[in-house]
Design a protein around this ligand. Structure first.
Ligand SMILES: [Zn+2]
Length: 97
């Protein structure tokens, strides 16, 4: 079982969390000014990263906080986890394989 250490709740099974997407994609600041091609790229096109990558996770069965998780998508090793809002609970460095 993959464990994810929530900065608020501690180590929890991954089944308590929901993957919510790529954390590196930025929403256009003025969407009404974006052409259709750029909007489609923002909504649907993603790079297929290999190695460490930042992801958004939601702790739906715990504190219900949004988290930024840095995870190696090849090995599934979680490298770090922090509250998306920058809560002072802080970053948690992961040591689980
Ligand atoms: Zn939590």
């Amino acid at each position: 079982m993959i464990l994810l250490t929530c900065p608020h709740c501690g180590p929890r099974g991954i089944s308590e969390f929901t993957y919510r997407g790529d954390a590196t994609v930025a929403r256009p600041t003025a969407p009404e000014g974006v052409d259709d091609t750029s909007w489609v790229e923002y909504l649907h096109l993603r790079d297929n990263h290999k190695g460490p990558h930042d992801e958004l996770w939601h702790h739906v069965q715990g504190c219900r906080r949004w988290l930024r998780v840095r995870r190696d998508v090849v090995t599934h090793k979680v490298i770090s986890c922090c509250d998306l809002a920058g809560d002072p609970a802080g970053d948690v460095a992961e040591s689980n394989p």
